[in-house]
Design a protein around this ligand. Structure first.
Ligand SMILES: [Zn+2]
Length: 315
């Protein structure tokens, strides 16, 4: 079974600079998938994941992460036309929100504010000027040393450039979430006004009405945490339970239906996260491709990023 993870689908001229695909490409990939594999519905996924039968090898399931409004607008008509039912994984902090989270500020600064090298330079300069405990030699090294420093970090994601992997290595290795917030708030203020921020938030974030539309068209809506932390596995028990329960309740209040699907932010999962997810009332969970086959099957449904599809679908 090929479970596929899409993020931003848009044709908006400036927003599409964030890693995304256009609706034509999505439709092309769906046509190709349908010609090779059989589609599964959310009900199929639930029955198969909690049961003992193997997932059919020649099947696929579509999922859409990260609460993007343009993804809903672009994907719903295409899914309807092709008679497909998928799952939209929503992190709830941004529903109907008119200012950007740190996660989105990062995305906007990386991809919408000029060349990537410029972003990387600003990031290193701002981080070092705010926190002198950061390792200066690693933050100021020349490009030809990136590979030696990061090793195989995130090398499994073939769509990241070396610069992107180096940036993520610095962020994930040396910078705490609190520092991250200060750094990106500072960088964002230097480049965007608050009214630009509001326009971006309105254009990017899913609304309660869109959630209702997704539900009325027969798709599942799944939890994807409340604030989209880098990894649920790194949270203490209280925060882990809040991320899982609060987000589930917020979606359930809007759609007046139970939320049983979960996708772990960045795919990171372990047995403690699974136990907490079960306690919160989720029935299945999506990770990314990994070899942790000792985990509960229903809570370790592997997904592939759609950016990897061209490799084996030739689209
Ligand atoms: Zn996500």
């Amino acid at each position: 079974m090929l479970s596929i993870e899409y993020h931003l689908v848009t044709e908006h001229p400036s927003i599409k600079r964030i890693p995304s695909i256009g609706p034509e490409k999505l439709e092309l990939q769906i046509q190709k998938l349908k010609s090779v594999y059989n589609p599964l519905t959310p009900d199929d996924i639930l029955a198969l994941s909690v049961g003992t039968k193997e997932y059919p090898k020649d099947s696929f399931f579509l999922t859409f992460d990260d609460s993007f409004a343009p993804t809903v607008d672009c994907a719903l008509p295409i899914l309807k036309e092709h008679g497909l039912k998928g799952c939209f994984f929503v992190y709830t902090e941004v529903i109907g929100r008119s200012f950007l989270t740190t996660l989105e500020k990062q995305r906007v600064l990386q991809y919408m504010a000029g060349p990537y090298e410029l972003f990387l330079e600003n990031f290193k300069r701002t981080s070092l000027s705010l926190y002198d405990s950061l390792p200066k030699d690693i933050f100021t090294c020349s490009q030809d040393r990136y590979e030696a420093i990061i090793g195989s970090y995130l090398a499994e994601w073939s769509f990241y450039t070396l610069e992107e992997r180096y940036y993520r290595f610095l962020r994930d290795t040396f910078i705490t979430p609190d520092q991250c917030e200060v750094i990106f708030t500072t960088m964002f203020k230097e480049r965007f006004t608050s009214s630009e921020e509001k326009d971006l938030a309105n254009a990017l974030y899913i609304s309660p009405d869109q959630l209702l539309r997704i539900k009325s068209e027969g798709h599942a809506i799944g939890g994807h945490s409340h604030s989209h932390p880098f990894s649920l596995t790194g949270l203490d028990d209280r925060n882990l339970s809040h991320e899982l329960i609060h987000s589930k309740e917020l979606i359930e209040q809007i759609i007046e239906d139970e939320v049983t699907f979960l996708a772990y932010p960045n795919g990171h999962v372990d047995n403690r996260v699974i136990d907490e997810a079960k306690r919160a009332g989720y029935l299945c969970g999506f990770s990314t491709i990994n070899d942790l086959c000792t985990l509960d099957r229903a809570f370790n449904i592997p997904r592939r990023d759609a950016a990897d599809l061209p490799k084996f679908l030739q689209v």
